[in-house]
Design a binder for this molecule. Structure first.
Ligand SMILES: [Zn+2]
Length: 451
């Protein structure tokens, strides 16, 4: 029997993340896009389902390339509301060390649901906390991703440099190198899917220069090379971090990255703010990706990512919301708005257009994750779609639908399709009791803070 053909017909506006004319809409078959229709064009063969998109702005599902799902339990926590990165981390570490599998499951589901409703179809998470009892943290996250039907790049994070050895995190939150590497290998073998349409992928992600040893950085790079998975870490987020690298390693951050074998196209970095021109050239030449996290960078007053210079040098650029203790929202379409505004402040209004920023959130982010099958609308790509309606008060009187999404602050998708399946309909996630999830998650957050 032939697969069902779905026509997403005549959208109000469509952003393809390439220059294709798709005014007539898209035909979806077997989870992929099989036709891109220009203005006035009809599908080549009959479609069993026709979705009239005349009230919808259609775009590729947004791709979030940096998060810490567990932090949804510590949003807007008074002791850290007004702290910069290092004191913020030191105050939060002991709380996070009490994380349990049950709490992580709830936190992950909340973050994923929130992302999904904001237009996100693929989410990366950076999980680096494995206290006693939470050795199977990534397995817990795999379950949450499957429940929501999203795609995910779950990164096996790690911390191996505790306070006793000159690092930032308390000793009870760090793991031995052998344990980290054995679990990394297990997770890749158990869950990492390759090829088009992959739902779950694994990457290796030692946390940051101030929380891991150089040995684990090098060993992770070797393992990633051997098993062909990607590498992720935080880098050049704050000047405190730069000072730490200079004092401990006698190296600036990019020299450190190079020194541990990470300066290459397999790597994508969260933040990437404090680079000099020579470092930007080297990152671009290496094809190392940068995940820009505007809200977090403003919240912690870390700095502004040099996006235009990085792109000009050849470095892939994507977007991320970052963890919920430093954003504190997991909203991808609002994050694109933040990127538009902070980057305009640096580069001017003409250089930073809504289309450029949406390109970072889709095609650029896909590149960071090493994926060619998502992030744009074209024949052969996965049918991952975000559909927004412009029927709320905030959009009334707007003219350019694509610009209106960012300028009028769209915050919620009306529909989400992932791999050809509708996961959000009329602003509601299929099969998820959101009220119960919020009630359970709030209780878990209270317990975690109470200790
Ligand atoms: Zn982060």
């Amino acid at each position: 029997m032939a697969a069902t053909r779905i026509w997403i017909k005549n959208p109000l506006a469509i952003f393809t993340a390439n220059d294709l004319d798709a005014c007539g809409g898209l035909v979806i078959e077997d989870g992929r896009i099989t036709e891109v229709l220009g203005a006035g064009q009809q599908p080549a063969a009959p479609c069993q389902q026709v979705f009239d998109a005349r009230e919808h702005v259609v775009m590729p599902g947004l791709i979030n390339t940096h998060h810490h799902f567990y932090q949804t339990l510590t949003r807007a926590w008074a002791p850290v509301v007004n702290q910069p990165l290092f004191p913020w981390l030191k105050t939060l570490y002991p709380v996070w060390a009490r994380l349990t599998p049950e709490k992580l499951a709830l936190a992950s589901k909340v973050a994923l649901a929130e992302l999904l409703l904001s237009g996100c179809s693929t989410a990366a998470d950076h999980h680096y906390l494995f206290p006693g009892g939470l050795e199977h943290a990534i397995d817990v996250q795999v379950e949450a991703v499957r429940e929501l039907g999203m795609r995910a790049m779950l990164t096996r994070g790690s911390m191996s440099l505790g306070e006793a050895d000159g690092g930032l995190p308390p000793q009870q939150t760090v793991q031995q190198g052998e344990v980290i590497l054995a679990d990394s290998q297990r997770l890749i073998e158990q869950y990492h899917q390759r090829g088009e349409g992959a739902q779950i992928q694994i990457a290796l992600a030692p946390c940051s220069p101030f929380s891991v040893t150089q040995e684990i950085m090098r060993a992770s790079a070797e393992l990633a090379e051997a098993l062909d998975v990607r590498l992720h870490t935080h880098l050049a987020e704050t000047l405190d971090e730069e000072d730490f690298c200079l004092q401990r390693f006698g190296l600036r951050t990019v020299d450190y990255l190079d020194n541990v074998g990470w300066l290459g196209p397999r790597t994508w970095l969260a933040h990437g703010i404090h680079f000099n021109p020579d470092e930007i050239t080297r990152l671009g030449a290496a094809g190392t990706g940068i995940c820009h996290c505007p809200s977090s960078n403003m919240r912690l007053a870390s700095g502004i990512c040099p996006s235009v210079e990085l792109e000009a040098a050849g470095a892939p650029l994507g977007l991320g919301v970052d963890g919920s203790a430093s954003n504190d929202a997991s909203n991808m379409i609002l994050e694109a708005r933040q990127a538009l505004y902070i980057q305009r402040l640096r580069y001017g209004a003409e250089a930073i257009t809504p289309q450029r920023v949406l390109g970072w959130a889709t095609r650029g982010s896909a590149k960071l994750l090493g994926r060619r099958d998502i992030g744009e609308l074209a024949v052969g790509k996965q049918a991952d779609l975000a559909l927004f309606k412009l029927d709320e008060l905030r959009f009334s009187g707007s003219h350019d639908p694509i610009a209106a999404l960012l300028l009028c602050a769209a915050d919620r998708a009306d529909r989400m399709m992932i791999g050809g399946t509708w996961r959000v309909i009329d602003g509601q996630i299929e099969g998820l009791d959101v009220a119960k999830l919020i009630a359970d998650h709030r209780q878990a957050a209270r317990e975690l803070i109470a200790g």
